[in-house]
Design a protein around this ligand. Structure first.
Ligand SMILES: Nc1ncnc2c1ncn2[C@@H]1O[C@H](COP(=O)(O)OP(=O)(O)OP(=O)(O)O)[C@@H](O)[C@H]1O
Length: 271
């Protein structure tokens, strides 16, 4: 496969990937961003959904947001990726030196939202979001497909893929621009239980390898505890609980220490 470079070679920095016409393509790792929210508020008419959120997320952290349905999780996510502006308060993104930067944020939704008329590799290249030559785009897209272990499906049509494979393509499309912040909005909610566990392992691995800052919204507290360094509970438009998850990655399903944290979070959510 022309221009294909293995993950190992990229991590070791031993190989500069080449486009089909011999151009070098940057395989730069992500520049993770830190996030600072100060007194962030959001309202829809009379509905005051977020009522003064203060939050600091260090660069490279994996944060999960949980809470009852309608508590404002997706509203907060939309602010983080710049889809909406807050009614009040401020958001700031910074690099590891503390300089204010654009977040280069991407979002992974529950539905993969693939273009049915485009092959897998072209669906991934859509995530580059800029006009670059076709060969370079293909090389970058293949590298992102390698991140999710799906290079063998590069020239397949989306309709030929399983639900889990489609979600891996969606993840590759988000990774292809090497975002500093990757936001997951219930990304695994539509998958069966076993595929979900496989996808959790995959998300955890790409996060550890690429080092971006991750924010996950999920209804599944066990998923939050399995993936995140830190979990916050939203309630009444505020951060009602903020818990560090001390266990090392990768984590084992059924770990008793995680079960204790999970119970605490569920108690906070259910009141
Ligand atoms: N565009 C909008 N216009 C009007 N109201 C909205 C809009 N988006 C969200 N809301 C309202 O804001 C509140 C929070 O919605 P949000 O989707 O953020 O909750 P959530 O915690 O993500 O819910 P769920 O867990 O059910 O997905 C709800 O009362 C919802 O009806």
């Amino acid at each position: 496969m022309s221009g294909y470079v293995s993950r190992f070679e990229r991590r070791q920095g031993t190989v500069e990937p080449l486009g089909e016409q011999g151009r070098t393509v940057s395989a730069a790792a992500t520049e993770a961003v830190s996030i600072e929210l100060r007194r962030v508020e959001q309202s829809f008419g009379q509905n005051r959904v977020l009522r003064g959120i203060d939050l600091d997320v260090p660069a490279g952290q994996f944060l999960a947001i949980v809470g009852k349905s309608g508590c404002g999780k997706s509203t907060l996510l939309r602010l983080l990726v710049g889809l909406d502006r807050p009614a009040a308060g401020s958001l700031r993104f910074a690099d590891r030196s503390g300089n204010t930067v654009e977040a280069n944020a991407r979002i992974v939704f529950q539905e993969p939202r693939l273009l049915p008329w485009a092959r897998v590799v072209d669906n991934v290249a859509v995530g580059l979001g800029q006009v670059i030559d076709k060969d370079t785009a293909r090389v970058k897209a293949l590298m992102a497909l390698d991140d999710v272990q799906l290079t063998d499906k590069a020239d397949q049509w989306p309709a030929r893929l399983s639900g889990g494979q489609r979600q891996r393509v969606a993840l590759a499309r988000s990774l292809v621009s090497r975002p500093g912040l990757l936001v997951f909005d219930e990304p695994l909610g539509a998958l069966d239980a076993l595929t979900r566990i496989t996808m959790q392992e995959l998300v955890s691995r790409v996060w550890r390898e690429l080092g971006f800052t991750a924010v996950l919204v999920t209804h599944d507290v066990s998923e939050a505890v399995h993936l995140a360094d830190r979990v916050i509970v939203l309630d009444g438009g505020k951060v009602a609980l903020d818990l560090e998850i001390p266990t090392e990655h990768p984590r084992r399903h059924g770990d008793p220490d995680l079960a204790v944290v999970e119970r605490r979070l569920l108690d906070a959510i259910l009141g």
